[in-house]
Design a protein around this ligand. Structure first.
Ligand code: BT5
Length: 263
């Protein structure tokens, strides 16, 4: 066999062999005798398709963001060090906290204890309340500023700790145990978490007016006689509305911060 022909056959085989390792899709397997140039053309096109598909998958598939822990001081403490988009879930908290360093109580494995690392948002506390109520279901209502109520008793709470570039949104929901006077939701924790992630994604990026409108619909506070305890001051009156910044309007006066008792 002349040397030139041998070279052509060897080159074609080498190309075929190389491509067969890279390309497995039926569309790019030649059925009739291919020429070297058609193989090269097909393989270049196929490679580009593969590159685009892989890049697309990389964009579409969220990187693992959920950190699961058996026991932590507080999910808020773990979340603080993580980037936006992270979620921290724990079976147990040894120092779970509410607002103003109040304690959040739970027994191991009996509650959804989760913190989300989100972009700062002035209405995040209300948006998280709406998201949690939507995830929990129809019977859960909202008490200003951050309580989830079931049958009038507290079943969950929300704690937003804002930092310069991110906000840590902690949500605790009693599932099978609650302190005296509080309620339990009795739902599957992972399913509840899945729904909560979807709802929080939706409501934390919703327009402020939409958040406020839905909060009003889910509210158990509006229209009630309330006592608001603020630092060194107590106000009683009718909870009439919430303002643009999430403040509670009691007898025409805005209340920005405090604990509400439904009378
Ligand atoms: C809250 O504070 O309601 C916010 C609770 C946030 C808890 C979550 S769990 C995941 C994440 N990691 C944390 O460390 N925290 C967040 P506040 O409005 O201040 O209410 C606290 C008060 O609720 C306490 O003083 C108790 O009276 C009451 N409380 C404590 N534990 C409770 C529970 N399991 N169920 C109902 N009420 C509770």
């Amino acid at each position: 066999m002349p040397p030139a022909a041998a070279t052509t056959i060897t080159t074609t085989r080498a190309i075929r062999l190389r491509e067969s390792k890279v390309l497995t899709a039926p569309a790019v397997i030649a059925t009739s005798k291919p020429t070297a140039s058609s193989i090269i053309t097909t393989s270049v096109a196929a490679r580009w398709i593969l590159i685009v598909l892989l890049a697309y998958r990389r964009v579409e598939e969220p990187s693992p963001k959920v950190v699961r822990r058996k026991s932590v001081t507080s999910t808020q403490d773990v979340a603080r060090a993580l980037p936006i988009g992270s979620v921290v879930v724990a079976e147990h908290q040894t120092a779970g906290r509410g607002r103003l360093d109040r304690r959040w109580e739970s027994r191991p494995g009996t509650a959804l204890l989760v913190s989300f690392v989100l972009r700062p948002n002035p209405l995040l506390s209300l948006a998280a309340g709406v998201a949690a109520a939507e995830a929990c279901g129809n019977d859960v209502r909202l008490k200003w500023p951050n309580d989830l109520l079931l049958g009038g008793a507290k079943v969950g709470g929300i704690l937003v700790e804002a930092m310069a570039a991110k906000a840590i949104c902690g949500i605790g929901i009693n599932l099978t145990w609650a302190p005296e006077g509080a309620a339990t939701l009795n739902q599957d924790r992972d399913q509840l978490l899945d729904r909560l992630r979807v709802e929080l994604e939706r409501w934390s990026s919703a327009k402020p007016d939409a958040v406020l409108a839905r909060w009003r619909e889910l509210s158990d506070t509006l229209g009630r006689q309330v006592r608001v305890e603020m630092a060194g001051k107590v106000v009683e009156g009718t909870a009439q509305d919430i303002g643009h910044n999430g403040e509670l309007i009691v007898d025409g006066n805005p209340v920005i911060f405090g604990s509400v008792i439904h009378l």
